[in-house]
Design a protein around this ligand. Sequence first.
Ligand code: MG
Ligand code: MG
Length: 274
Amino acid sequence: MSAIILKTVEEIELMRESALIVSKTLGMLAGEIKPGISTLALDTMAEAFIRDLGAEPGFLGLYDFPNTLCMSPNTQVVHGIPNNDPLQEGEIISIDCGALKNGFYGDHAYTFAVGEIDPATEKLLRITKESLYAGIDAFRAGNRIGDLGYAIQHYCEKEGYGVVRELVGHGLGTTMHEGPEVPNYGRRGRGKKFVDGMVLAIEPMINGGTHRIKQLKDGWTILTADGQPSAHFEHNVALVDGKPELLSTFQYIYDALGIESDEEIPFRAKPLSA
Ligand code: MG
Ligand code: MG
């Protein structure tokens, strides 16, 4: 992974714009996910939606990825390829989306329920999302990369879940993957110190069982080694005045699904504009 590139206040505002394009795209998709729709149909909608907002899909063609969205159902962890299979009641679908505007990338992800899901899977989704905020809360001046990873790892392992080791969060900017690497595991007090101007994609990838993974022959799809489900939530966060500030938001998803949530309020410097 390349060097850590600190962002100016102006650059962070441009990155917020890119992140919010992804947020709006995920919000649009939230209203379309239902049994019977295919991940490829959702992908086509997302590409048109991103282009209508004056941006480019961030993943399409990146490292030769063939689509706009990474679509990873059920036991798939990340990097699944959209296809024509209809989603089924009771499944989960992790959607990771990127957008490029004004030269900066947005990159975030959410795991959706398709209709009603079983309580154990619902808990996996809830804990993974809560661990994301535990990680964001550790992204503060005075802390280090290891503190952030420890926060996520501890939050998930106490529930018996597996924290994927091979895939990590990352710095974000004019390239999709910049330094530093941001593992979802770590030791407190270890690693690079956080400084103002860092923008991170923080993204716990948490398995219901073992942390071990395997890869399909398509060269992309990562899935759990033991066939347990996996969840993935990702936000883009800047360090401003020593504190974490969310650039992305799940609010568009919550608006589409009628969910009330105050989880983002501690990490938002100003209210979301319409
Ligand atoms: Mg992502
Ligand atoms: Mg990412």
